[in-house]
Design a protein around this ligand. Sequence first.
Ligand code: MG
Length: 249
Amino acid sequence: MSSAATFGLPRVIGHRGAAIVAPENTLAAFRVAAAMGVAMVEFDVKLTADGRPVVFHDDTLFRTTNGHGRLRDATLEELERLDAGSWFEPAFTGERVPTLEVVLSFLASVGVGAVIELKPCPETDERTAQIAVAAALEYWPSDQPPPLLSSFSRRALRAARAVAPAWPQGLIVDRLPEDWHEAAAALQIVTLHCQERHLSPVAVAEIKRAGLAVLAWTVNDPQRARTLWKWGVEAVISDVPDEILAEAP
Ligand code: MG
């Protein structure tokens, strides 16, 4: 297993950019996060109908765009006609659903690190991972620290490993599953991304003893972030990374 110690994590990671401050998973959100001084952002990747990796969270379009129906049924060209900002605030009208290429190019240009969550639509785990990670390998500069690949889907992580064997991986979980230790070894992950509500000092200590770094999602309360750091959590993923950064030791 690669060592978590060799993998540099900041204290605070921007969730979908900075999801309370700007429309999630848009370039505006990543620009805002970069301007806040956030060193790393998390975002979600899915495939369009024509197999293009885009940065988007839901299986359906209605919550975060002015479109309808399923993301997987829309081509990239159709997606790029949608507005992904006005639902959030009129000031963000005109924001688009960005491709993975555009997001990675932006982040690399400003020196912000990436946690790429592979978020396959149902039954596309391997294909989503293969296409997204191959694209990320192509677009991410090899002289910068590689992105951290994360997913709830173990199938996606296994497929990603075949494409980018050296890139670090993290498994996302809600409650800590009984087999987390075996899964960590089998997947060779370096981070475990836990729902912060289900963490305890004992759980954090056990995970760290297994050689893994602990990430907690989603932490928007600065006092909770301080507690989690005290327990040994390496990084918290936050919708308000500026407010949490202000508390970071
Ligand atoms: Mg995510």
